[in-house]
Ligand binder design. Structure first.
Ligand SMILES: [Cu+2]
Length: 118
């Protein structure tokens, strides 16, 4: 809860490579949508085309995603991305990012002091 994993410029698009290791996971992201570019280096099947916010990643599989981030900015309130298998997310398979004005990425603190409200 006290860390920011990524600082994203508002409205930007990034390519994220998501890989699972020895068990399947369901990657889910808040505040953004993505298109699946590749599954295991191949074009995705038809059912994976179109905008998504969740994708299944089989064990020892990888997906390449074109993630489109929102234009709303708030350097202090992060969005989450996480595995959607509840016992995984409850055990910490989760990260956080903030969306900021382009050009201000370097000025944003990547640690949050939750006790003081910042
Ligand atoms: Cu998982």
């Amino acid at each position: 809860m006290s860390r920011i994993d990524h600082v994203i410029a508002a409205g930007s698009q990034e390519v994220w490579n998501v890989r699972s290791s020895n068990q399947p996971h369901t990657f889910h992201i808040h505040g953004a949508t993505f298109h699946v570019l590749e599954v295991e280096g191949e074009e995705p099947p038809n059912y994976l085309r179109g905008p998504k916010d969740t994708v299944f990643v089989g064990d020892d599989h990888s997906v390449k995603l074109a993630v489109q981030f929102d234009t709303h900015t708030d350097p202090e309130t992060p969005y989450m991305y996480h595995c959607h298998i509840l016992r995984h997310e409850d055990n910490g398979m989760m990260g956080q990012f903030v969306v900021v004005e382009p050009g201000t990425e370097e000025t944003v603190s990547t640690t949050l002091d939750r006790d003081s409200g910042h």
